[in-house]
Design a protein around this ligand. Sequence first.
Ligand code: ASP
Length: 609
Amino acid sequence: MLRDTNCGELRKEHAARTVRLAGWVNRRRDHGGLIFVDLRDRSGLVQVVINPQTAPDAYRVADQLRNEWVVAINGTVGVRPAGTENPRLPTGGVEVYAQQVEVLNASKTPPFAIADEAEVEESLRLRYRYLYLRRSRMLRNLTLRHEVVQYIRRFLDARGFLDVETPILTRSTPEGARDYLVPSRVNPGQFYALPQSPQQLKQLLMVAGVERYYQIARCFRDEDLRADRQPEFTQLDLEMSFVEQKDILDLIEAMYTGMIEELCPAKRVVKPFPRITYREAMDRYGSDKPDMRFGLPLTDLSAEMAETQFQVLRQALAQGGVVKGVLAPGSADYSRKQLDDLAQLARDRGARGLVTIALRGGAQSLDALTMEDVHSVAARFFALPQVKAMARRLEAKPGDLLLLVAGPREVVNASLGALRLEVGHRMGLADPSMMAWGFVTDFPLFEWNAQEKRWNAAHHPFTAPHPEDMERLESDPASMRSQAYDLVCNGNEIASGSIRIHQPELQERVFRVLGYSREDAQERFGHLLEAFSYGAPPHGGIAPGIDRTVMLLADEESLREVIAFPKTQNATDLLFGAPSTVRPEQLREVHLRVVEATPQSAKEPQSSA
Ligand code: ASP
């Protein structure tokens, strides 16, 4: 037997037991004639002591050991002498006295230390992924990811969901990104698309009568990668028949609450998850993925400012805009520089400017406030009762700072939303141990594509319109709400979903608004329209991101820390060297010719025709 015990499991109650361990040399130290080896396997570390007096053969072998060598050790568990315990290690009360040390494999010196937590440059981390994954933090993340997926499977299985696999070689599904294409060898000149999500497939499964489907599905989107995106990512893809929005939200809420209670009991989850409309989210938080760990709502002060002498605000109101404010608690003594930074943030989001009003001085309450205490470059435009009225609406106290933006509603919401986040984070109001989940519902159905001068589906074209708005579908697409919803947490979008269209006539009407001619629609979605004509049940679904869920639960900042083999910002795989050029015959077989030299193929000239 190569081993009979895991390193990380040894405790005082195992004293005097003989064990055979196997693992990696995490660290080796020579100390007072003894050799100490921290032996590591997936379960953790344990200290092994090799004494030249009692185990001369083991000592000779141990003397050769270097970090990351793979060894097997026979020894006896002992309680560490008083004063040498290591309370930071779960096995820190014991050590193993080796009788025999056997080298199973040597190791080159790794490009970075596995044993410590020192930052490693990203390219090295990805190039030597298998070494980086040896680090305990990464193994912990992989384990958590496994637990999350197992929890989901158990949860859905218990509720009658069927796990159905759908093809990876398929046809373009419109989720709004570019497709990854795969040339077909046997159908010259034709291409598969990798699924951006199994959206149409899961809807077809509903037509097929599956009723409750889920899949831990890989999705592929060829997008320019922002910091928190990966070209391939994993979703819990889910679809249900004979349900309304509430059924789906209830299910997802129960799944996430249960999951976190079981897997991350130290996290505080606010229950029940608030459900707010898109309109409310934008008005109150200036974001459709609000961080609801703290309040500081955006507050409409247009009424308080109706009579203002302040030209900037007056004008904004006269043009049909709004004046809104947000509170920065305890920030009345912000420096010029700090205020300028906030103003820049507002301007970055399109605001013309930011009005700040600091309530300084020692007034005990708002009532006691005098104009002396009001500090603002625009102070002369405000009367004391106006300032007090605004302060009251924002629930401000002396010592607080009021931030005001005026202009068109969208711009005001976006810029104050950014200020709210900045203030919340600066003041430490976003408690990292708290998970403020919520649903945002009633998203707009369409988005205006100014470049192409047409409507795009805001979610995807299969999303059902809001029943109350149905008769405006053709006449006023801009005002149409949808039955689409998002699950958000701490300022992150975790899932999107919707109740779907299940009548072919309505689906065709939506395609028409999206600018697809009857022929276009037939050519691209004929299969779906036809399927709907055979008795499609009402259905809806949602797709939470697994990577992002695990990232939040693991308190990681980057998706790459919770994916075993992630890609870089440029969508490259540094371990395998993908993408890569291919041999000319391979290209010929799939009927392709490279016409535009990529930077890479330019470096390795080849006749690829
Ligand atoms: N297919 C959608 C997405 O990937 C999710 C859904 O509507 O279920 O965002």
